[in-house]
Design a protein around this ligand. Structure first.
Ligand SMILES: C[S@@+](CC[C@H](N)C(=O)[O-])C[C@H]1O[C@@H](n2cnc3c(N)ncnc32)[C@H](O)[C@@H]1O
Length: 247
């Protein structure tokens, strides 16, 4: 499966994506921005605007940039007063030095890193911050570990949906800092199936394979000893945030 096909698969399920994907803990966003509101923020790979709306809610001015037209349409619909710009991490339609912070949620792993580092550095003012962030399921919880095993088997990888270990954003940035936060979202069996349906490896699978995965996830949510008999339950997350200052 080509990485590009997976990277650009999300727009086919934009409304579902917006409904089921988790937001980020506000403490993590405050840590990442590291300056009092309002700052000039770019939400890079903004998707349907989950992070955009949270940054707006914190009082920042936000320009969302997103390559997928389906995701941009959903963002515009769900974020009155905001229009997403067509662009990518490798090429943003923005002047030099305009942003105090460039944040990116659940997306840095899709970028051509060398080109993205140079482009983010161009858009940031000196001293501005680049801050990628990820929600990852907390696999220390047994049923969550089981869910992750099931998803990794489906995707044909040893693990899925985990934050990468990053060491540098290249020559334009000071050493990066990392912090972890926790939060949780409430689910039913139906919404857990809905959430899995927003993953790139699901979106690029055949209808038959999709049905197999949906049925396995529903079975887990209904019969795992931690969840059996519960109408709803919490899915715990660890949120990993990085930040680095532009030199
Ligand atoms: C998992 S979604 C994350 C969306 C949003 N940031 C969030 O937190 O919900 C990944 C997004 O990255 C976008 N994307 C993929 N490759 C990209 C690239 N090279 N530059 C910018 N965005 C990209 C996809 O179109 C998709 O909207």
């Amino acid at each position: 499966m080509a990485d590009l096909e997976q990277a650009l698969s999300f727009g086919t399920a934009a409304a579902t994506y917006d409904r089921f994907r988790p937001a980020y803990p506000l403490t993590a966003l405050t840590w990442a921005v590291d300056a009092p509101a309002p700052v000039e923020a770019v939400d890079l790979a903004a998707g349907t605007g989950i992070l955009t709306r949270q940054l707006l809610g914190l009082g920042h001015r936000v320009v969302p940039v997103e390559p997928d037209p389906g995701m941009r349409a959903q963002l515009d619909l769900a974020t009155p007063g905001t229009t997403a710009l067509a662009g990518s991490a490798e090429s943003m339609p923005l002047p030099d030095g305009v942003a105090d912070v460039v944040m990116t949620g659940q997306a840095y792993h899709w970028f051509d890193r060398e080109r993205a580092h140079a482009e983010v550095a161009r858009v940031l003012r000196p001293g501005g911050r680049f801050a990628p962030i990820w929600n990852s399921r907390d696999e220390s919880v047994p049923w969550v570990a089981e869910l992750s095993r099931l998803l990794a088997n489906f995707a044909g990888r040893s693990s899925v949906d985990t934050a990468p270990d990053l060491t540098s954003f290249g020559e334009w940035f000071e050493p990066l800092e990392r912090a972890e936060f926790t939060h949780a979202t409430r689910h039913t069996a139906d919404t857990l199936v809905g959430l899995v349906g927003t993953r790139s490896y699901y979106l690029t699978a055949s209808p038959q394979r999709r049905r197999e995965l949906e049925s396995a996830v529903r079975d887990l949510a209904t019969n795992h000893p931690d969840l059996a008999g519960l109408e709803s339950f919490e899915l715990p997350y660890r949120t990993t945030a990085y930040r680095a200052r532009r030199v």
